[in-house]
Design a binder for this molecule. Structure first.
Ligand SMILES: Cc1cc2nc3c(=O)[nH]c(=O)nc-3n(C[C@H](O)[C@H](O)[C@H](O)COP(=O)(O)OP(=O)(O)OC[C@H]3O[C@@H](n4cnc5c(N)ncnc54)[C@H](O)[C@@H]3O)c2cc1C
Ligand SMILES: NC(=O)c1ccc[n+]([C@@H]2O[C@H](COP(=O)([O-])OP(=O)(O)OC[C@H]3O[C@@H](n4cnc5c(N)ncnc54)[C@H](O)[C@@H]3O)[C@@H](O)[C@H]2O)c1
Length: 475
């Protein structure tokens, strides 16, 4: 067996691992990045990018189908499933190509292929061919779908994950989506809009990530009006029949080609030999770590990205990788790094965004806060575009009026979410936000209405003017 000794070993070359590699290399040339799967990152290969490519095709189909609402009639619309999937795959491959080019540019001595696992503290064995002694280790192994093994057994290869979906060469006839979280909503709606017969089955009544009860109910109502949903089904009755899966729902049988499991992702830590690492593990088997340094206790081990079981998002993985890699490189001079305000977006239609501290987190922490609300049902620009549905709730600290967080489902949530998270990070007060420019007619005028409502709730401003004409019609 080959024996290597390095300053920093990085397990996993996804987004977090690649960022860790670059940061560690600022301090030492003795870096080894170990990868067991294909290069290219989850985000580019089977996550963010192919899902948004599929959604983009679905948006195009939906826009054509909705054109009649503007008096524009389109006849003979056809969705060419093969062409849709061809574009998804070829654009996906282009994004993956950029990533692999980057990894290929690293010195060969810095790259090792194979599955790494701890055999002792500071020692990794890679596929039985190499033993690596590392002064510092970064765990950046990502996450994997958590799937009920009983479904796997009953459905075999008809039960798929997002990974398989993006390799389709054509759109199927019918798909059952298990779960009502982020992946389920994005993919179920996209497939539905592309003409696939979709059934979404959720175990509870919850739809998507919003925790504010009013907005959670609105998510259920708005998305449930379009995507055929069966909620409150903890044990759906599923059986395989040849190449089909038969689902029994409310006494009726449905036949689908595929069952997409979108039931959450857990850190990919099994098989990593953590029991030999000398690291403490929490009840879920994850090493507790400091999110400002990435360090696990006082050990020379750092963890980053989806492997942390925290926010499973691309920008968080990149930040965590940079922090962990920099600290692994500079160890023992470990530095504390500030983190960004939380921001998460679901690319459903309407989009969903959460910013800063969510409603449930504020309640749980016993924070004294007020809420400002706006409905987009009558918001001017949203109505112009026939996107006038949804709501935005803003939460601000009583006494200081600082924005703490927001939840929304509605038009342009990806953009409003950014404005709001920047304000949360800066510590803006509601008054400072209201003093900022608002153009007319834009969706952001809806945000201004919510800010005015919040200012009134905080008792820091007058009640908002009903149908304020100097704000512009429909603001
Ligand atoms: C369908 C889908 C859509 C998504 N959409 C978005 C989005 O729109 N926006 C967003 O912000 N986020 C999105 N995400 C989340 C985002 O993709 C992840 O948060 C991010 O990719 C995590 O990066 P990572 O580096 O932690 O993990 P990964 O990129 O998965 O990298 C981990 C690497 O570690 C390797 N590895 C694991 N174990 C070992 C081992 N023992 N030895 C060697 N190598 C190992 C794996 O092979 C893998 O290459 C999406 C995720 C999915 C699944
Ligand atoms: N737009 C984005 O940024 C984006 C898109 C896709 C994925 N992601 C990331 O990927 C992560 C994983 O996505 P996800 O949708 O798999 O997770 P999720 O946590 O959003 O949703 C999981 C869903 O599965 C259900 N579920 C869990 N266990 C179940 C069981 N045993 N039976 C039936 N249902 C069950 C839950 O009730 C929930 O509806 C997200 O948390 C997110 O961080 C982000």
């Amino acid at each position: 067996m080959q024996a290597l000794s390095v300053d920093v070993a990085i397990v996993g070359t996804g987004t977090a691992g690649m960022a860790a590699y670059r940061a560690a290399r600022q301090h030492t040339e003795s870096v080894l990045a170990i990868e067991s799967g294909p290069y290219g990152t989850t985000c580019a290969r089977v996550g963010c990018m192919p899902s948004k490519l599929l959604i983009a095709a679905a948006e195009a189909a939906h826009a054509v189908q909705q054109a009649a609402g503007f008096g524009v009639r389109v006849q003979g619309v056809q969705i060419d499933g093969r062409a849709v999937m061809q574009r998804v795959r070829s654009e996906r491959d282009r994004f993956v190509g950029f990533v692999t080019e980057s990894v290929d540019s690293w010195p060969a001595a810095h790259r090792l292929r194979g599955h790494a696992r701890f055999v002792a503290p500071g020692v990794l064995e890679v596929d039985g061919h190499t033993r690596v002694k590392a002064a510092r280790i970064v765990i950046a192994t990502g996450s994997e779908p958590q799937i009920d093994p009983a479904w796997q057994q009953a459905l075999g290869e008809r039960l798929i994950r997002n990974d398989e979906l993006f390799d389709w060469h054509d759109l199927p006839r019918a798909v059952l989506v298990l779960g009502a979280g982020v992946i389920a909503l994005e993919l179920a709606q996209a497939l539905h809009r592309l003409g696939v017969r979709v059934r979404l089955v959720g175990r509870s009544q919850r739809v998507g990530p919003l925790t504010d009860p009013v907005l959670q109910a609105l998510s259920r109502e708005l998305l449930g009006a379009e995507i055929p949903m069966h909620l409150g089904q903890p044990q759906p009755e599923l059986r395989r029949e040849g190449d089909e899966v038969v689902l029994r729902l409310d006494g009726q049988e449905e036949r689908v080609d595929w069952v997409l499991a979108a039931t959450g992702r857990r850190p990919r830590l099994q098989g990593l030999g953590l029991e030999h690492s000398g690291l403490p593990l929490d009840a879920d088997g994850v090493p507790p770590f400091d999110r400002h340094t990435g360090q696990v206790g006082a050990h020379p081990v750092f963890i980053a990205g989806d492997a942390t079981a925290e926010l499973q998002l691309l920008h968080e993985a990149a930040d965590e990788g940079r922090i962990a890699g920099d600290n692994a490189g500079r160890w023992p001079d470990v530095r504390v790094r500030p983190r960004r305000a939380p921001l998460a977006v679901v690319f459903s239609d309407p989009q969903i965004a959460t910013v800063g501290r969510r409603h449930a987190e504020l309640l749980q922490a016993g924070v004294a806060f007020e809420t400002g609300r706006v409905s987009f049902a009558d918001q001017g620009r949203s109505r112009v575009m026939r996107k006038n549905q949804g709501g935005l709730h803003l939460y601000a600290d009583k006494g200081t009026g600082r924005l703490l967080g927001a939840e929304m489902i509605g038009p342009a949530a990806e953009h409003l979410g950014h404005l709001l998270s920047w304000s949360v990070q800066r510590g803006d007060t509601v008054q400072q936000m209201l003093d900022s420019p608002f153009y007319h007619p834009v969706v952001e005028e809806g945000l201004r209405t919510a800010l005015r409502d919040l200012q009134r709730a905080l008792r820091m401003g007058p009640p908002p003017v009903e149908r304020c004409l100097d704000c512009g019609p429909g603001a």
